[in-house]
Design a protein around this ligand. Structure first.
Ligand SMILES: C[S@@+](CC[C@H](N)C(=O)[O-])C[C@H]1O[C@@H](n2cnc3c(N)ncnc32)[C@H](O)[C@@H]1O
Length: 246
C-alpha cells in the first residue's frame, strides 16, 4: 500500500506516512528517523513539540482517502449501498463506466472478482491506473473506450453507469448483464433517472430509484444536535435488473 502507517494526534488528525525510512515532520512537530525505526512506527511517540502521536498500520480506507481524484467520485455512502443492494461478493463480475477518479473502481475491485472499467478520458484513466497500483489491486481491466463499444470478456453481475449521458449505455448493458443481474444508474439529476427509465425496454425491471441522505451528529456532554455542516446531494441511484424472456 502507498500509505503504510498513520500518526494520529490528540484531535484525531491523521498524518499519512508513506516512507518508513525518513524522519517525520508536521505541524505537530518532528520525530527522528532512528526513533521511528526503533519503535517500529508503533505505539505512542512524542514529537519535538512534546505532542504524543499514536502510530499504527494504515488500512485500505486510509489509502482510498489518499487517492488522487481526477473526477467526481462515488463516495462511501453510495458505494456501500450499491454493494449491499446488489448483493456483491468475491465472485461478482462488474462492468463500470466511466472510470472517472476510480472511487467506485477501487471499492469494487477490493471486494469483487473482476472489474471491467471503461472511460473515454486518457487522463482520468492514468489517474485510476496509478491509484490501483498504489492500492495493489490487479483485478481491473481498464480500457480507453466509449461504453458503446465496450467488450468485456464475460457476462457481468452488475453494470454501474455513472456517465453524463447514461442512456447511451443501455444497449451494451442489455447485451452484457447476466440474467437476473443488476444495473445501477448513478445520476446527479432526477431528470436523467426519468430519461433512463423511459428508455428501458421489457427486458429490464426497475426496482427502485433512491437518494441517500447522510447527516452527521455532534454527540458531546453539552451538545446533542445535527452537525452544522451536512453533505448535500450526491446523486440518485436507479436500480434495475435484467429479466429477459428468453
Ligand atoms: C463522474 S465520472 C465517473 C466517476 C466514477 N464513478 C468514480 O467513482 O470515480 C464520469 C466519467 O465518465 C466518462 N465518460 C463520459 N462519457 C463516456 C462514454 N461515452 N464512455 C465512457 N466513459 C465516458 C468521463 O470521462 C468521466 O471520467
Amino acid at each position: 500500500m502507498y500509505v503504510k502507517k498513520l500518526a494520529v494526534n490528540k484531535k484525531n488528525f491523521v498524518h499519512h506516512i508513506t516512507d518508513l525510512n525518513i524522519s517525520f515532520n508536521s505541524n505537530d512537530g518532528g520525530i527522528d528517523r532512528e526513533i521511528l525505526l526503533k519503535n517500529n512506527h508503533e505505539g505512542i511517540i512524542q514529537t519535538t513539540k512534546g505532542e504524543p502521536l499514536l502510530f499504527c498500520d494504515a488500512t485500505f480506507k486510509d489509502n482510498i482517502q489518499a487517492m488522487r481524484k481526477g473526477a467526481a467520485v462515488i463516495i462511501p455512502k453510495d458505494i456501500g449501498f450499491i454493494i449491499a443492494e446488489c448483493g456483491l461478493t468475491k465472485d461478482s463480475i462488474i462492468l463500470e463506466s466511466g472510470s472517472g477518479g476510480g472511487g467506485a473502481t477501487a471499492h469494487l475491485a477490493a471486494l469483487c472478482k473482476h472489474v471491467y472499467s471503461y472511460d473515454i478520458n486518457k487522463n482520468h484513466l492514468k489517474t485510476v491506473q496509478e491509484n490501483l497500483e498504489r492500492l495493489e489491486l490487479d483485478n481491473v481491466t481498464l480500457e480507453e473506450c466509449n461504453i458503446i463499444d465496450a467488450t468485456p470478456k464475460e457476462q457481468v453481475d452488475l453494470a454501474l453507469i455513472d456517465l453524463p449521458e447514461p442512456t447511451i449505455a443501455i444497449p451494451k448493458i442489455k447485451e452484457v448483464v447476466k440474467q437476473g443481474g443488476f444495473i445501477v444508474f448513478y445520476t446527479p439529476q432526477i431528470s436523467q433517472a426519468q430519461e433512463v427509465i423511459g428508455q428501458l425496454d421489457e427486458d429490464f425491471r426497475v426496482m427502485r430509484t433512491i437518494e441517500l441522505i447522510q447527516r452527521d451528529w455532534v454527540v458531546e456532554e453539552k451538545k446533542l444536535r445535527p452537525s452544522h455542516q451536512m453533505l448535500g446531494h450526491t446523486a440518485f441511484l436507479t436500480i434495475a435488473r435484467i429479466f429477459r424472456k428468453e
